[in-house]
Write a protein that binds this ligand. Sequence first.
Ligand code: ATP
Ligand code: MG
Ligand code: MG
Length: 368
Amino acid sequence: KSVTLSLLQSVANAFDFGGPVLCDAHHYGEGHINDTFVVWREDHSKRFILQRINTDTFTNPVGLMENVCGVTRHLRAKILAEGGDPARETLNVIPTLSGSTYYLDADGGAWRAYDFVEDTICLQQVGSETDFRTVAETLGKFQNQLEDYPASTLHETIARFHDTPNRYANFEKALAADALSRAKNITSEIEFIHAREQDCHVLLDQLAAGEIPLRVTHNDTKINNVLIDAATGKGICVIDLDTVMPGLSAYDFGDSIRTGANDCAEDEPDQSKVHFDLHLYEVFAKGYLSTAGASMSMAEKKSLAWGARLMTLECGIRFLTDYLEGDHYFHIARPDHNLDRARTQFTLVRQMEEVFDQMLEIVCPDNR
Ligand code: ATP
Ligand code: MG
Ligand code: MG
């Protein structure tokens, strides 16, 4: 659904921006989920982010905004206590003029506004080891600042998001149905997944046994969800909090490794170009543990290595499930696009398995 300037202006007028604002109907940034716009105060003294929440993906925007407000309130208090600048180091929700944290337009669109975090850069790709380390430190700090937040009070904004056994079960259902007779094309991939059924349970079993804690997790720990200070190069602010949910540190760590510790595209069709980069894994792990490690047990540190493997396996399973079901969920640009994506994930998993002892040693040296 497009957004006209008049809709945007009427939505903007509902928020408490401290004065009238001017809108621009061009989308801002490179997000794929929400519709993101920038609005300026009329006197150009300050700008804000105005976003329409994608309610196809997030069916409970009210619960979602409760999560965002709860978590950012907590972060603000922590940042103040640490002598930081809460105006830049966390998202700040701008309320509406009637005091609500979101606004519903006449078509049912759900909107929210944030302060614009100025003087930052938002990287789209891992350009250097330093960047990757910075992202790791910032995500580790985010997790650490939320260590004492009651994770179980958060809404699950996407149900069973990283429930890997459930993703496995959904794959089995799609395979049994084989609606498009595609199973015959993927016998080796099916075998690959079946051989790893037990792996899918590792993290949730550890959680159930009380060996690792339930945490507040971000669940979309891509590099472009961390803003970096343009002047100092330091990580400033973790953004895009829609998928903040109860989860495991291994999920956030693992997804960053899946997306960042290689130099291939997620949909690279040529498997000879797919390389898991153990060195980048180590760079990320050291950065992450430098800010989050103090509050993590040995078992939780080890779970991070499993997180890398399982987030990658789970993602591959989801791509292959979508392939079997006819490519309904992930947008495809070519036939077999989801199959290529799945294969790339499985190649990475295989490579991680080969160096798994080293991966464990890096996150938990000498079992310390
Ligand atoms: P994704 O595809 O990562 O899920 P999204 O659609 O959920 O993205 P966001 O990540 O929230 O959207 O925002 C899109 C982009 O807008 C960000 O990558 C960033 O460049 C910019 N952005 C978002 N919030 C802010 C902010 N408060 N200050 C400055 N820039 C911001
Ligand atoms: Mg984003
Ligand atoms: Mg997002």
